[in-house]
Write a protein that binds this ligand. Structure first.
Ligand SMILES: *Cc1c(COP(=O)(O)O)cnc(C)c1O
Length: 352
């Protein structure tokens, strides 16, 4: 560690869902989409001209921004694209917050925010969720420079209504409100509708979940031009080519394939609602998830025990050994076949 910076010595990085290679698992632990990406986007990738690879990708990501602006009915200047929404969130920290600035978010939410707060030396202000894991909206009305809301929240899956989001924005006009909508396409309402009304709102989305492109690393932000400009300044001071040409072209095509997007997200929502009922019959209870995962606990068996047993039987789910949620499992929604197999294993091997 002789040559390490103080940051490298002190920071605890984000823990990602495990990706074991010892055998083939039914992988329900990282909220990936069980369906392939848009066939039109896959076709574009297959047919890319070999000459594109020697050239730098378009640093303005014009083609994919154009597609996003068309689908969300916003100006191209209101769109920023990055290498996954994690990167867009990291750039947002650098574009909008300085050392010591207070950023408010819940105790149970996406676990990357506390890592960024350490990484960029901002001050984390925790606004704990209510007992039932709903958000304490009034708790955001306190001194601070920014608020991060995940909608639907992770890993609880609980969504806020657009009215609730708007009330937080209205009550905090001097703070930047970042709404992380990684799961919004699975049953919640997007705050993109509000960006022309409020200059303190930045909405962040990703292609990793509802558009089946976790591997291509594409995230984006929509907000007023002034916020978007600051994100570009940060990006171009770090790496102008954060997206490669494959991501730009395939991403644009996937974005425009609204029909396929609707078909697959609806299939996931319907599997989710069916499997939730099945799990309830087996003694599980959980939140009203509007995302592509369920967040549930069993009425007699430990979460950690079920997690280990499922893994032994070839099913990976996510278990968080953290206060308040250490009895819960986060189960990503797979195909109907995968979910039926999980139910069968629970019935025949674990809960018998
Ligand atoms: C998955 C996820 C992200 C990150 O998505 P990438 O675009 O793959 O970086 C961001 N926020 C939340 C809440 C997520 O669940």
């Amino acid at each position: 560690m002789k040559f390490w910076s103080n940051k490298a010595k002190s920071i605890e990085p984000y823990t990602y869902g495990e990706q074991p290679k010892d055998k083939k698992y039914i992988k329900l632990n990282t909220n990936e989409n069980p369906y392939p990406p848009s066939p039109k986007a896959v076709k574009i990738i297959r047919e890319l001209d070999e000459n594109i690879y020697k050239l730098y990708s378009d640093p303005t990501c014009s083609e994919i921004k154009e597609a996003i602006s068309k689908v969300y009915n916003v100006d191209k200047e209101q769109v920023f694209v990055g290498n996954g929404s994690d990167e867009v969130i990291a750039f947002s920290y650098q574009a909008f917050f300085d050392k010591g600035d207070k950023i408010i978010y819940p105790d149970i939410t996406y676990s990357f925010y506390p890592v960024y707060s350490k990484m960029y030396d901002t001050t984390e202000i925790i606004n704990p969720l209510n007992e039932d894991f709903t958000m304490n909206l009034k708790g955001f009305n306190q001194e601070g420079k920014g608020i991060i809301l995940t909608n639907p929240n992770a890993p609880t899956g609980i969504a806020l209504t657009l009215e609730e989001i708007e009330s937080v924005i209205q009550n905090n006009l001097d703070k930047l409100i970042i709404v992380d909508e990684a799961y919004v396409d699975f049953g919640a309402e997007s705050a993109v509708k509000l960006i022309n009304k409020y200059n303190n709102l930045l909405v962040i989305q990703t292609f990793s979940k509802s558009r089946s492109f976790a591997s291509l690393r594409i995230g984006f932000a929509i907000g007023n031009k002034d916020l978007i400009k600051a994100l570009h300044i940060i990006k171009d001071s770090y790496n102008p080519y954060t997206l490669d040409t494959i991501g730009i072209k395939a991403g644009a095509t996937a974005m425009l394939d609204v029909e396929y997007f609707d078909k697959t997200r609806k299939a996931i929502m319907s599997t989710r609602d069916r499997i939730k009922k099945e799990l309830e019959k087996l003694g599980f209870e959980g939140t009203n998830s509007k995302s592509n995962f369920l967040f549930m606990k069993h009425n007699s068996l430990d979460g950690e025990y079920i997690f280990k047993k499922l893994k032994e039987n070839g099913v990976l789910v996510r278990y968080f050994n953290k206060p308040r949620i250490n009895n819960y499992l986060r189960i990503s929604i797979g195909t109907d076949e995968e979910m039926n197999e999980m139910i069968k294993i629970l019935k025949e091997k674990i809960l018998k």
